[in-house]
Design a protein around this ligand. Sequence first.
Ligand code: PMV
Length: 367
Amino acid sequence: VSSGSMQATASANANIALVKYWGKADESLIIPNASSLSLTVDGLSTTTQVTFHTDTSSRDLKSIHTSEECSDASATSPDTLIIDGERHQGKALHRVSSFLDRIRELSGIHAPASVISHNTVPYAAGLASSASAFAALAAAASRAAGLNLDDRYLSRLARCGSGSASRSIYAGLAVWQAGHDDATSYAEPIASLLESNGESVAAGRSAHDFGMQLAMIVILISDKKKAVSSRVAMRRSVETSPLYGSWIQSCTDDLQQAITAVSRGDVEMLGVVTERNSYGMHATMMTAQPPVLYWQPETVEALHAVEDVRASGLGAWSTMDAGPNVKVLTSAQDAVHVCEALRERMPQRDIHIHMAGEGVRILDQHL
Ligand code: PMV
């Protein structure tokens, strides 16, 4: 690193929501209509290196910014973005540059940046790549700019990049409190939530431990980039689905029940809530105008296989996000058996176990 640059690298895991975030109350700040609960999982991660080139004078940066008249960010962004070895411009770069602008404003470092990112998650395939991506970017960019932010602040920042990223700051189970503005909309570990609800530290610790003993099995149906982004799909549910209002109401009950399940250490109760919440979210998409149907024929096959595995006596509950892939909540203890039972029923599919994972961390080694 030359004396004219500031650099940091961070890694974050994806998270899979058990009680979903679907729909924004504020589109620009990304304030959700309801609180959500997720499990951070290992093996689906993003590592990101951010370098601010402070030897490029702020005058250069300002002249780039003031010439920004058209919406094509590639022509005007001062930053560069490489994801999995491929240089990105246009929308992806614009999103990253706007995010970096927040960091520049906070730190007073008005320098262009280069961002290099490696995923073990297929990019934009409904496998929560934006969650790990923006959590890693928030941590790396803030550290590179010399800021030392606490987790709550990092969660708020990550949220501005992608809502679900607010939860990837933490290990295991995290709750994103919807809040009503930038300062009040952030995620926190389940243990902190229980403690602030008046439960003991020991109860919080056991809720954390319970979360770390959960696992997600991913049944890969497709790793292609989705045709409709989650941003567009959720807006369509909010604006046109007659089921949207009742779904948001059910999220409040589901979150309450999920938290009760966690404090009791009841995987089955948590699984039942998880599965019905996911179906409810997809119902708001199917009833939108025009409908959003992420499901493929193989998706339905996988959903039936999960039911079948459960009928055989194993604890397994499905959940799906903005894509055709099916995820299966289970306990770490049952994970291998559930995985084998699913592979038996779908021998042609890629099926992998992801254990509960760590939160975001700064790495000593750069990319
Ligand atoms: O953070 P986004 O904009 O990618 O939204 C993702 C929303 C879901 O993954 C479908 C649900 C969730 O809570 O993660």
